[in-house]
Design a protein around this ligand. Structure first.
Ligand code: DAT
Ligand code: MG
Length: 151
């Protein structure tokens, strides 16, 4: 088991639909530690860097418009296998196909309004954390329940 950090962005639809608390609650209850969290309006420049892998795809313009349209919440979470655990909790990219019990499967119905981004690997997480947070914003601390979440 590797202790990892992963990056999560609660997209503008999550903020506008007042789902931030419900989503963060799931991560906290799972045992994932909040290392950093802030409300932020993603700029066009940041969106194009962040979604560089999708540049040139037919949905790119709509994706950038969506992500820059209103505030988002940027989060860093830490825990064992955090990257894979968060991806599983998010559910499939297309919310219409996401399993019930997942964030997208419980709260979303379209791929273009899928509420949440989560890093797809540890190297991606490092890159994304660096795009959204300064090193001093990432806090190192113990949660009081750690001895009961981890053996
Ligand atoms: P994920 O967000 O599950 O990591 P991704 O990295 O492949 O998925 O794509 C990033 C975002 O781009 C995704 O959350 C929604 C949008 N997107 C991806 N594929 C799409 C498609 N075929 N049509 C419309 N939007 C798409
Ligand atoms: Mg992705």
């Amino acid at each position: 088991m590797a202790r990892e950090r992963t990056f999560v962005l609660l997209k503008p639809d999550a903020v506008q639909r007042a789902l931030v608390g419900a989503i963060v609650e799931r991560f906290e209850r799972r045992g994932l530690k909040l290392v950093a969290m802030k409300t932020t309006k993603v700029s066009r420049e940041l969106a194009e860097t962040y979604y560089l892998e999708h540049k040139g795809k037919p949905f790119f313009a709509a994706l950038v418009k969506y992500i820059t349209s209103a505030p988002s919440v940027a989060i860093v979470l830490e825990g064992d296998e955090a990257v894979a655990v968060v991806r599983k909790m998010m559910g499939k990219t297309n919310a219409a196909e996401a399993e019930p019990g997942t964030i997208r499967g419980d709260f979303g119905i379209q791929i273009g309004r899928n509420l949440i981004h989560g890093s797809d690997s540890v190297p991606t997480a490092k890159r994304e954390i660096g795009l959204f947070f300064a090193p001093a914003e990432l806090l190192d601390y113990a949660r009081v329940d750690e001895a009961w979440v981890y053996e």
